[in-house]
Structures are given as structure tokens and as C-alpha cells.
Design a protein around this ligand. Sequence first.
Ligand code: 13P
Length: 266
Amino acid sequence: MTPGSERPAASRLMVAGNWKMNTTVEEGVALARAVATTVSTAARVDVAVLPPFTHLWAVHAALQGSDVRLGAQDVYWKDSGAFTGEISAAMLAGWCDLTLVGHSERRHIFGERDDEVGRKFVASLAHGLGVILAVGETSDERDEGNTFDVVDRQLDAVFAELAGPPAVDAWVIAYEPVWAIGTGRTATPEQAQEVVAHIKQHVRSRFPDGSPRVLYGGSVTAANAASLFAQADIDGALVGGVSLRAEEFGVIVAAAEAAAGSRGAA
Ligand code: 13P
């Protein structure tokens, strides 16, 4: 196993399902209900679903009485105004639990800059929302040996937007190598562990008093989840395609629950 980041591993893992631009509202409500039923016994895992914006309110209602958290796939940093098509953290605050910012599809398809991701991160926290910050390198960047530089740059751009002392323990960062997203080409547990440990060390070099949870994302399946969660620093998963299938998503949550149990016992 790759050396760990020398911090006790988080004993509470997180598994979040990023549905991306999939499902109708009706299908999404049914999926949310199925997820809530399937994961109802997971006590040591924070489970979240991230439906499209159109579904959030209906899924919020469908999740009442369950522990499954509700997240938005993106957010804008201004509270209100002439920003056609955008949704603000102020609009989500109070009923939505978290946002996802910096997903590689936002960065690479929609041209989001690192500093914009930072503003979204800060706006989410300012409105009391949890936030998952996604970072990760492309295949070319990895081949050129620049993986650490790329994730450091993406993290530093977010840190530059922070005002005031950060609550680092509440942060969730997702390491999602672009080459592993939707490709079936999962990072090996050792590759994922290496970068996740680096991310924790990089955060600690800036903020010595806190430790974020760091998830892995990129072709996570029921078959490979347990080996990823067995790594010292991987605190859960951000799941794309498989999160659209409640039963298989439930197997990933169960693997996280088992890993949390053995970390707690260690
Ligand atoms: P896949 O699990 O489909 O590879 O997607 C990962 C992802 O992008 C989650 O945000």
C-alpha cells in the first residue's frame, strides 16, 4: 500500500451519486426513493444524491424521513441578479444540503476557470451548504508527470478565494482523474491513494489544523469500491454512472460502511 498521509483515516466515509444530466423528474424521484430504501442501514456513511436542478425540489420531498443528503451539481456565486440560467447558493440554502463545484465536465466542457470554482466553493460555505470540490488531471497532464502540480493549482485557486479561518474538517474534496471518468478505466487503488494522500498533505501544508475528507471518483463500481476504500486515505467515492442504479449504488455504500467499521475498530 502507498504510504498514508500520516493522519488518522476519517472514520465516517461519504458516498455521493452524481446523476449528471440523466433521468426525468419522475425517474429521479423513483431513483431517490430506491436509494433511500437501499442505503437505510448505513450508519457510518454520509450518502448523498446529486440530481439535476429541475429535480431537486421533488427529490427533496421524496427524501423526507431518510438520511440521504441532497446535493446540487453546480452553483453560481452571486446570490441573485441578471445571470440567466444560473442557480445561487442562496436559493439552495436551508433545504439543500450540499453542492458540487469544479467537476471536470464543468471545467472542460463549459470552460470554468479555477478562480470561478473557488468563488462557488466560498459561496456554498457562506450559505451554510456543504460542498464537494472536485479536482483532477487529464490523461496528458498525468503522462507529462504533472498530476500533483495540476491538483495543487486547482486547490490553491480555491484557497485564494477564502476569507477568514476555514473549517477544513468540514471540507470534502473529490479526486477525479479526468481520464477515469465515464471511461471504465478506474485508477488503481494505489494510483488513487497516492494522489488523495498528496491532496491531504497539500491542504495540511496550508492549513495545519484541519483535515478534509477526500473521496475518489472515476468509474467506481460495486466491484472495485471495497479495494479503493481499503486505502489509508480514501474517505469515500463520488459515483457517476453507477449512481443511476440504486442496487449497485447500495453495494458501494455497503462497502463504505464496512470500511468505516474497520477504520473505527483500528
Ligand atoms: P463515472 O462514475 O461515471 O466514471 O463518473 C464519475 C464522476 O464524474 C462523478 O462525478
